[in-house]
Design a protein around this ligand. Structure first.
Ligand SMILES: Cc1cc2nc3c(=O)[nH]c(=O)nc-3n(C[C@H](O)[C@H](O)[C@H](O)COP(=O)(O)O)c2cc1C
Length: 146
């Protein structure tokens, strides 16, 4: 099955996981960035609020033809118990008919009621969700040094 991995990271842990999955599947990996450079404070305010409201943010879209893949992995950090807002913008790019697997990097491993809505967002794009799973990183909020 032809797979591609798309991810957003703020602190770097989702990048690590995306690259691990990409190497395991021998699949291409694309980092999606927000257009605006966000500060650590900006990840909480307004970032946490944007995540909870499932707001879209402007992103630099991946240079990948998503229609060429059967399965699309989306990786994202958890902010305020929701996928970080870049996730919502990535989900908007999904072509219909794809299998989608979501991996969410979070500090802890608490149950996340937002997963149901995350699944519905992807299904609303005409895609099916193979799984949504958590990678508890134990990493405190921080910003990746580029
Ligand atoms: C704004 C913000 C909100 C966060 N909210 C949560 C949360 O609700 N639950 C949790 O377990 N971790 C939370 N975290 C921790 C991150 O999910 C965790 O550090 C994750 O590994 C970050 O991934 P990244 O390094 O790819 O950005 C939050 C981090 C930030 C920056």
């Amino acid at each position: 099955m032809k797979s591609v991995i798309l991810y957003y990271t703020f602190g770097g842990s989702t990048k690590k996981e995306a690259e691990r999955i990409g190497a395991e599947l021998e699949a291409p990996v694309y980092r999606v960035r927000e257009k605006r450079n966000r500060s650590l404070l900006g990840s909480f305010i307004p970032g946490g609020f944007q995540a909870m409201k499932r707001k879209r943010v402007k992103i630099l879209p991946p240079e990948a033809d998503l229609s060429a893949f059967e399965r699309i992995y989306i990786g994202c950090p958890v902010w305020a118990a929701y996928p970080a807002p870049a996730f919502n913008s990535i989900a908007d790019l999904l072509p219909a008919g794809k299998e989608v697997e979501v991996f969410l990097c979070s500090g802890g491993n608490d149950p996340r009621p937002s997963d149901e809505g995350t699944k519905r967002m992807i299904e609303a794009k005409g895609c099916s969700v193979t799984s949504i799973y958590t990678i508890p990183t134990g990493v405190a909020p921080s910003k990746l040094k580029e």
